[in-house]
Design a protein around this ligand. Structure first.
Ligand SMILES: [Zn+2]
Length: 500
């Protein structure tokens, strides 16, 4: 089999007032064999595709794969360039027997209500009858257009995401089955969109409703007639029609068993929707509780400045509290290229007075005046060693360890989600030896801390990933939706069928 691989990967926070340009993608922009060299050995979706194809002696035709850190809506110009580069990265489209596409599933572009659907449809048009299977993140907001234009959608089953590679192997298995068996024409999909907005903390698969729902997914997937079930918790910081929880079952032959599975999983989640909510601790109270703790490290989770959810990563609300309370033994990461530059001009071993953070917008706290010592300057690059996208290179950009009042402040050029322990090691920090570690995330930080914290306090900070959904001005999402509206929802009336 000759198999095309690639993808344009982005989770878009549409509430951010800024725009994401092409430069954010260019940090991870792999055309042709570059993709195999950079990602072939990693536990990413592309790594899973490559590894599977190599094991089966298939010919891999790498097109373009690019991924930007979650951030604001992608500009029209940048998206045009991405799509154009994607289709012009190879002359071998006609030679492919199938395509595996690695998407996030919650990408938004200016003036394009369904950028994921648009792009997947374009890829499918290029392929014609040849099968296309798409992998998506657990936070995908799956649209009808996405499902209409591929044979199957395979989402991660874990959050924190630790099965990205394995799900890519599943996608390969499906594409191989479509191409090599008499079942060629009979893989179909059932889709159910649940009108529920679940904030990241409430949709972890390690506990609660989604742990139980995922157990049901795995139970039904044991049936050989069910090729795959994708349950996506969705991404609520996208004001899009497709925002919400999705269940897609890909099945061979008759629909009966797949329908029963989707209805059962859907009913379970809908009936337990009141449990899909969270309550966080106010900033003052959180800092008081952390100060009072006798055991360390205490993780202070900056929920609303969740870099993995598309925020600027320069929120200062917790940092200010730590400085005011003189909480020695704290670690905070702040994305601030301007401050990094100032520190680089001064040099290692020097003291510096400067304002850091709070510069991107006015919702994550203002800049904080700091008088610090420049301890380390680094290129900020490391290879992931944890459970999330192991083996992939992460680029924080030029990074500085600044020590102010006994608090370690790491200034990075680019916002960097706390997904991998390499982020700390690179700057000479061992979270297990610190007292208070601030992580700008909701759930995924658990793969970034290589120690068992004494406790984690989820702090009700202000920002673009706040757990308070009433603080967002939703205009485009499908209504009614839980928990914003009160309404009845009949699962059976909302099941949709697609054949490809
Ligand atoms: Zn995700």
């Amino acid at each position: 089999m000759k198999i095309g691989i690639g993808g344009i990967y982005h989770e878009t926070n549409t509430f951010s007032a800024t725009r994401t340009g092409i430069e954010s993608f260019k940090r991870n922009y792999f055309i042709g064999v570059d993709m195999i060299e950079n990602l072939g050995k990693s536990s990413t979706s592309i790594g899973g595709f490559i590894s599977s194809a190599e094991k089966n002696n298939d010919v891999i035709i790498p097109v373009l794969y690019t991924a930007a850190t979650p951030s604001a809506t992608i500009s029209k110009k940048a998206f045009r360039k991405l799509v154009n580069d994607f289709f012009h990265s190879t002359d071998d489209w006609e030679k492919m027997d199938a395509f595996l596409l690695a998407q996030h599933g919650a990408m938004s572009v200016e003036d394009n209500e369904d950028a994921e659907g648009y792009f997947i449809k374009k890829v499918k048009r290029k392929l014609g009858e040849r099968p296309l299977v798409v992998t998506v993140d657990y936070h995908a907001n799956i649209s009808e257009k996405m499902i209409c234009n591929c044979a199957s959608i395979v989402g991660y089953d874990t959050y924190p995401h630790v099965d990205i590679f394995e799900r890519a192997v599943d996608a390969y298995r499906i594409v191989k089955a479509i191409n090599s068996t008499a079942k060629h024409d009979c893989l179909s999909n059932i889709f159910l969109k649940l009108p529920i907005l679940g904030v990241p903390q409430a949709i972890s698969t390690e506990e609660g409703v989604f742990k139980q729902a995922m157990e049901k997914v795995h139970y039904y997937e044991e049936d050989p007639d069910i090729a795959n079930i994708t349950l996506c918790g969705g991404y609520v910081y996208a004001d899009r029609k497709s925002t919400g929880i999705s269940i897609v079952a890909s099945y061979w032959g008759e629909s009966g068993k797949a329908k029963r599975a989707v209805v059962d999983i859907g009913k379970f989640i809908w009936d337990n929707r009141e449990r899909i909510t969270v309550e966080n601790t106010g900033v003052r109270e959180a800092l008081a509780q952390a100060s009072a703790s006798a055991d360390f490290p205490v993780i202070l989770v900056d929920v609303a400045d969740n870099v993995g959810g598309g925020t600027p990563g320069d929120g200062t609300v917790i940092l200010k509290g730590l400085l005011d309370r003189e909480m020695v033994g704290s670690v905070v990461y702040i994305a601030d290229p301007e401050a990094v530059n100032s520190c680089m001009k001064k040099g290692v071993g020097k003291n510096i007075k400067l304002k850091i953070g709070g510069k991107t917008d006015d919702v994550h706290g203002g800049p904080v005046q700091v008088d610090g010592y420049i301890d380390t300057i680094s290129d900020g690059e490391f290879t992931n060693i944890g459970k999330n996208m192991t083996g992939m290179k992460t680029k924080m950009g030029k990074s500085v360890l600044l020590i102010a009042g006994g608090i370690k402040i790491v200034l990075t050029q680019y916002p960097t989600p706390p997904f991998d322990p390499g982020m700390f090691l690179k700057m000479g920090i061992d979270p297990s030896k610190e007292r208070y570690v601030v992580v700008k995330g909701a759930v995924a930080w658990k793969t970034g801390i290589n120690t068992q914290p004494a406790r984690a306090i989820y702090v009700d900070t202000p920002g673009l990933c706040s757990a308070d959904l009433n603080s967002f001005d939703y205009r485009m999402i499908s209504r009614p939706v839980f928990p914003l509206d009160e309404f009845d929802f009949i699962i059976e009336d909302n099941i949709k069928y697609y054949s490809n």
